[in-house]
Design a protein around this ligand. Structure first.
Ligand SMILES: [Fe+2]
Length: 291
């Protein structure tokens, strides 16, 4: 069966048909997926319930190193590369507001680490009847839509990223201590606010509205206000794809050109269990030199 890539009606996102995560992508298939990932930002693979955790890891490896970080505690026995997101484990892992309409946590995975995630693959094992969607926002479009002066300003800025910003957010949402990632021992990472995608050269905004805690050379208040304003523009509904999960959906996204955010669900009465593999960058992210 030939592989089909069917774009969504949104500015990003496509469904991939004719392919199972049980097969390790190589050669032309890997190239096709890399192209589609860069082009569409978010790839949805329906009906992957029968894929095992080991197969998910094997599928992920050709895209880059697959590795968790120390603070990520929920793992599947025998598959230490799988991170469990949701409320089914001993300790909940929920990076979403607690109420509908609450402030979202827009982010790109592991921007606070020296080797951030270049891509992430989430496979839905159990999903709530409603809520628990994932929103994705196109950071190519967000950058392109800025006015010329703001683009030039953003091109020069470097952002400080730390899990401390996320923990302040989770505290504000009323989550328990156990739900928070371990405090970051290392200083914040410093990455450019604008990065060029290595595959296309296109520029994308690269930040998170909670985890980006400052801008190099700026007072903290001014930086936080700028990031809040940028989030509002960059993640506005017109630039989003919303994924409503079905059990067995797998979604691979490109952290180099999309931000994502979880939406709330009924934590007391519903179960949500998602298995994530995290594919890491292998080179530092650099400022884009002026043209
Ligand atoms: Fe995430």
């Amino acid at each position: 069966m030939p592989i089909e890539i069917l774009p969504t009606d949104s500015v990003i996102g496509a469904e991939v048909r004719g392919l199972t995560l049980a097969e390790v992508p190589r050669g032309d298939t890997l190239e096709l997926l890399e192209d589609a990932l860069e082009k569409h930002g978010v790839l949805v693979f329906p009906d992957q319930s029968r894929v095992t955790p080991a197969q998910q890891v094997a599928f992920s490896r050709p895209f880059g190193p697959v590795k968790l970080v120390g603070g990520e505690h929920e793992k599947i026995a025998g598959n230490p590369e799988i991170f469990v997101v949701g409320n089914t484990g001993k300790e909940p892992v929920i990076f979403a507001p607690t109420i509908a309409g609450g402030e979202l946590e827009w982010h790109t995975d592991h921007i606070h680490l020296p080797d951030p995630a270049r891509a992430s693959l989430l496979l839905a094992r159990e999903v709530p009847k409603s809520g628990g969607d994932t929103l994705f926002a196109c950071m190519y479009s967000a950058y392109d839509a800025l006015d010329a002066d703001t683009r030039m300003l953003c091109d020069r800025l470097e952002v400080l990223n730390s899990v401390s910003g996320l923990n302040v957010y989770l505290e504000g949402q009323g989550y328990s201590e156990q739900a928070k990632p371990a405090p970051q021992a290392d200083p914040p990472t410093v990455w450019p606010l604008v990065r060029a995608h290595p595959r296309s050269g296109r520029k994308a905004l690269y930040f998170g509205n909670q985890v980006s805690i400052g801008i190099v050379g700026w007072p903290e208040d001014k930086a936080r206000a700028f990031i809040a304003d940028l989030t509002e523009q960059a993640c506005r509904p017109a630039l989003r794809y919303r994924h409503h999960w079905k059990a067995g959906d797998a979604v691979l996204w490109d952290n180099r050109r999309v931000l994502h955010a979880g939406t709330p669900y009924d934590l007391a009465n519903e179960r949500r269990e998602m298995h994530r593999t995290t594919i890491r960058e292998t080179a530092p992210i650099k400022l884009v030199p002026p043209a």
